[in-house]
Design a protein around this ligand. Structure first.
Ligand SMILES: NC(=O)c1ccc[n+]([C@@H]2O[C@H](COP(=O)([O-])OP(=O)(O)OC[C@H]3O[C@@H](n4cnc5c(N)ncnc54)[C@H](OP(=O)(O)O)[C@@H]3O)[C@@H](O)[C@H]2O)c1
Length: 263
């Protein structure tokens, strides 16, 4: 491909790869889907909202990307084991798995409903584990693959009103670190993205909160992040195999990237 054409179409580093992206009907997953597609990956977009997935799939297929096959979308509730199994069966071979599905139900612990706590655990942590469990077995057979799990800076630092959410996101980090050790010898990388505040549906209300506004002032860049900034970091992690062939530490170690977070 000539450089001018590549410039027009984006990078082709992920050409021939299939990326399964959960949470693709939401802000961050959607942006990651576009970024990986621009770099040549065929996207299997998943979420629960049929209409949002439909729009995403049509838009992706309407874009000039370097993907070898059509982008598809499949509805899936990550809390449901059968739904996850069906999704993986329909996805075919997955080279890149991005777990971006997540929910946040904020509130002081003593006032929180167990139902909300369970929903966060089942979606953010168990959902991520469930997808990794099924997809990793195919990757292990092929001795190749990349897993990117989306955690949060809250999982490392904690935050008032987010104890349960923080626990699920801290769980994702511990889980991913262990998984990276299990799967590294089989040529599979597992990394974590831990964004700070990013403007999406998930943060629409809390970004208006005066406490949150004060926290944002403490961010070195003094602003919230954008979904495109997270997507670039995800693409970096997806492509890092090229670099890690030379820098071994990246093959075996979990990278936690904190975007515009507090230091
Ligand atoms: N925005 C931030 O500031 C921020 C910061 C740090 C980390 N994160 C993390 O980034 C990820 C994406 O967040 P976002 O900001 O893009 O939120 P969002 O716009 O609300 O999107 C959330 C996504 O998760 C999906 N989802 C929720 N429950 C699900 C379930 N049971 N089964 C399948 N899919 C489910 C939603 O699908 P449907 O809408 O189709 O149900 C949607 O696609 C989350 O894990 C979040 O915790 C976000």
């Amino acid at each position: 491909m000539q450089s001018a054409a590549l410039k027009q179409l984006g990078h082709s580093s992920l050409a021939g790869k299939t990326a399964l992206v959960t949470g693709a009907s939401g802000g961050i997953g959607r942006a990651i889907s576009f970024e990986l597609a621009r770099r040549g990956a065929r996207i299997v977009a998943t979420g629960r909202s049929r209409s949002k997935l439909h729009v995403l799939r049509e838009t992706l297929n309407g874009e000039k990307t370097l993907a070898a096959a059509e982008h598809i979308s499949i509805e899936c509730d990550v809390r449901n084991k059968d739904s996850v199994r069906d999704l993986c069966a329909q996805s075919g071979s997955v080279d890149i798995l991005v777990n971006a599905a997540g929910v946040s139900r904020d509130g002081l612990l003593v006032r929180q409903r167990m139902q909300d706590i369970e929903e966060m655990l089942e979606t953010n942590l168990l959902g991520t584990m469930s997808l990794c469990r099924v997809v990793a077995s195919g990757m292990m057979r092929r001795r190749a693959g990349v897993i990117i799990n989306v955690s949060s800076v809250v999982g490392m630092r904690g935050n008032v009103g987010q104890s349960a959410y923080a626990a699920t996101k801290a769980g994702v980090i511990g889980f991913s670190k262990a998984l990276a050790k299990e799967l590294g010898p089989r040529g599979i990388r597992c990394n974590v993205l831990a964004p700070g505040f990013i403007e999406t549906e998930l943060t629409r209300d809390i970004l208006q909160n005066p406490v949150t506004k004060a926290l944002i002032e403490g961010v070195p860049l003094g602003r919230v992040g954008s979904v495109d900034e997270v997507a670039h970091a995800a693409a970096f992690l997806a492509e890092a195999e090229y670099m890690t062939g030379q820098v071994r530490v990246y093959v075996t170690i979990v990278i936690v990237i904190v975007i515009a977070s507090h230091v």
